[in-house]
Design a binder for this molecule. Structure first.
Ligand SMILES: CC(C)(COP(=O)(O)OP(=O)(O)OC[C@H]1O[C@@H](n2cnc3c(N)ncnc32)[C@H](O)[C@@H]1OP(=O)(O)O)[C@@H](O)C(=O)NCCC(=O)NCCS
Length: 165
């Protein structure tokens, strides 16, 4: 993976909410993700991460817990001008790290960018594996009956098994 110097990943702050909304609406308009209203981002701000360069937010992603062991990574977006610089991978790795620390063992995504998630160790599964997601979010989605997103999962290794390697 290539990487760009000077990019850092951190937990989002309330003051990042409008920048997050700006980046995600770019892709929501193109149909890559569901639009998240500013009030929804603000309500969930502690679950967002941002990638920052020179004080500006250039990428974001969020985590969403479903059970004690199952969580989703969602709302992943990197500004066009920083794509293929490793920012998306940095964001997903940070999200996975936090999920692992919380004891999550399985993380899933619903995505139109399967090649990116394949490169991050995810594999395709049937969406029906996640009835919790369907109850919580999909029922309110305009794409419900014609969902084109691909469900992918990754089993997270336990922190102790990684440190002993
Ligand atoms: C998907 C997305 C977040 C990837 O971010 P990124 O910063 O460009 O990804 P990275 O640079 O970390 O890519 C890591 C690897 O993923 C793979 N990859 C990333 N984008 C890819 C693409 N468009 N096509 C094929 N492979 C891709 C490559 O293997 C890449 O490694 P390489 O550049 O060394 O070949 C970004 O393209 C994006 O914001 N897309 C629009 C929104 C979206 O689809 N979000 C996902 C919703 S869940």
């Amino acid at each position: 993976m290539s990487s760009t110097p000077g990019i850092s990943i951190r937990t989002a702050r309330l003051s990042d909410a409008l920048a997050i909304e700006g980046i995600t609406s770019l892709y929501a308009e193109k149909g890559y993700m569901l639009k998240r209203a500013p009030e929804n981002i603000i309500e969930n701000i502690r679950n967002f991460f941002v990638a920052e360069k020179d004080g500006s937010v250039i990428g974001t992603c969020a985590i969403s817990f479903f059970t004690l062991r199952l969580a989703e990574i969602r709302t992943l977006a990197v500004l066009d001008s920083f794509m293929r610089c490793g920012v998306g991978s940095m964001l997903v790795r940070q999200a996975e790290e936090v999920l692992r620390e919380e004891g999550v063992t399985t993380v899933f995504v619903l995505t139109l960018s399967p090649d990116f998630f394949l490169s991050m160790g995810y594999r395709e599964v049937k969406k029906e594996m996640f009835p919790q997601k369907i109850w919580r979010d999909c029922t309110n989605c305009p794409k419900l009956m014609a969902c084109d997103e691909i469900a992918m999962i990754k089993e997270l290794d336990r922190p102790e098994s990684r440190t002993s390697e």
